[in-house]
Ligand binder design. Structure first.
Ligand code: NAD
Length: 379
């Protein structure tokens, strides 16, 4: 027991030093890229596993169409990145093998299919690794239900909280397990800035800061305090504190939910509540997300690799709307708003107006390919 305590204290010291170093790097900040002037943009395409390659290949076809001229002129390159499969990650014992990470870092932006993370063991989630390695601190997830007046956007902190050290907890088998949660001032300040800046630039006048600061007094307490400090620079925007439990209830309360606009949350709460929000929109297969940093950005579906769907032989029936929404966000990020608008409009026609090719995710609906074919006609 004494040996375990000594080893755990030493482990904790290592973690603390690493996190303080990370905080120092963050404090320095980094210059943001401006794609309006970019002469060459490399879009890395990562299939992932499970339904990932199925939906990503359809999104690739759509991007090829939308970016036809830019690809032909050489301004845009779609570059396939291999090796982020579960088989390769397990064989190599690495969440993101070195050569895959190097290939990823050679791109400007990424479109990524979901990747499976085994439960237990020590293999870290590929996403957590990529978010950390590329410093993708803002997970931005829009959700809309036009007929109900719902137009939400979630700013989830993406590199800290329970995720920063999620694979590095301590365990005394049969007795105790302990994980760590980290909130840094600089990490909170930059995600809060991203949320308030978005609100200002998009005419939103309401930001909900969602934590569990009554219980997680240090970490969530700091998150809320710093978010309010940032809010002081945006006096035209109203902001309120909410606890995650009641906000989870509010999202399923039709009497109040449409009043919310921008949500600002620590990592874990943001992860959970955005699946709930996506379900309200029509299912996780309908929602896309952006993982934004100052140097890189990665665009994804919000859902996972759906292994049960593959086992049931229904992989081809997965909804590609999620990754197509992510593609729309990617196009906006690289300053191609006109193309993003075309894709958004085609998605709106297919999913809301005509509803002729409906993907249910099962054999009773259209296949992923049929939906993409139909969408390509509407572009
Ligand atoms: P999941 O999102 O894969 O599946 C949840 C449910 O949603 C399932 O019923 C599934 O069939 C359905 N679904 C998901 N995507 C769909 C689509 N496009 N169309 C229709 N239905 C769809 O969640 P899970 O089962 O909890 O996780 C499976 C694996 O994915 C896990 O290993 C997990 O770690 C991983 N995961 C990866 C990411 C990512 O890479 N960004 C995100 C979440 C989960």
């Amino acid at each position: 027991m004494e040996e375990f305590i000594r080893a755990s204290v030493a482990h904790f010291e290592t973690l603390l030093r690493e996190q303080l170093k990370r905080q120092e790097t963050m404090e320095k900040g980094a210059a943001k890229r401006d794609y309006r002037q970019a002469e060459h943009i490399t879009i890395g395409i990562i299939g992932g596993d499970g339904i990932g390659p199925i939906i990503v290949s359809e999104a690739r076809r759509v991007l090829e169409r939308l970016l036809k001229e830019e690809i032909a002129s050489g301004r845009v390159e779609l570059r396939d990145i291999e090796g982020l499969t579960l088989e390769n990650r397990l064989a190599r014992g690495k969440a993101v093998p070195e050569e895959v990470l190097a290939a990823i870092k050679g791109c400007d932006v990424l479109l990524k299919g979901p990747t499976t993370t085994p439960k237990g063991g020590t293999l870290e989630s590929a996403n957590v690794t990529l978010r950390r390695e590329l410093d993708l601190y803002a997970n931005v997830r829009p959700v809309t239900v036009p007929e109900e007046g719902i137009d939400w956007i979630f700013f989830r902190e993406n590199t800290e909280g329970e995720y920063a050290l999620g694979s590095r907890g301590i365990e005394l088998p049969g007795k105790l397990s302990m994980d760590f949660k980290v909130t840094t001032d600089a990490g909170t300040r930059r995600i809060a800035r991203a949320a308030f800046e978005y609100a200002r630039q998009n005419g939103k006048d309401n930001v909900a800061i969602v934590t569990k600061a009554n219980i997680m007094k240090k970490t969530d307490g700091a998150f809320s305090r710093i978010a309010h400090e940032v809010a002081a620079d945006y006096p035209e925007i109203h902001c309120d504190d909410w606890y995650i439990d009641i906000m989870t209830a509010n999202l399923v309360n039709p009497a109040v939910r449409s009043q919310y606009q921008v949500f600002l949350l620590p990592n874990l709460y943001g992860d959970i509540i955005t699946d709930e929000a996506a379900q309200i929109q029509g299912g996780v297969g309908t929602a896309g997300s952006a993982n934004m940093g100052d140097s890189y950005a990665m665009f994804e579906a919000i859902h996972g690799s759906a292994p049960r769907k593959i086992e049931a032989g229904e992989g081809d029936y997965a909804n590609p709307a999620s990754i197509l929404k992510a593609s729309e966000l990617l196009l906006r990020h690289i300053a191609m708003a006109d193309k993003a608008d075309r894709l958004a409009e085609a998605l709106r026609i297919c999913m809301e107006e005509e509803k002729r090719v409906v993907v249910t995710g099962h054999r009773d609906g259209a296949t992923c390919r049929e939906f993409a074919d139909y969408l390509l006609e509407k572009l």
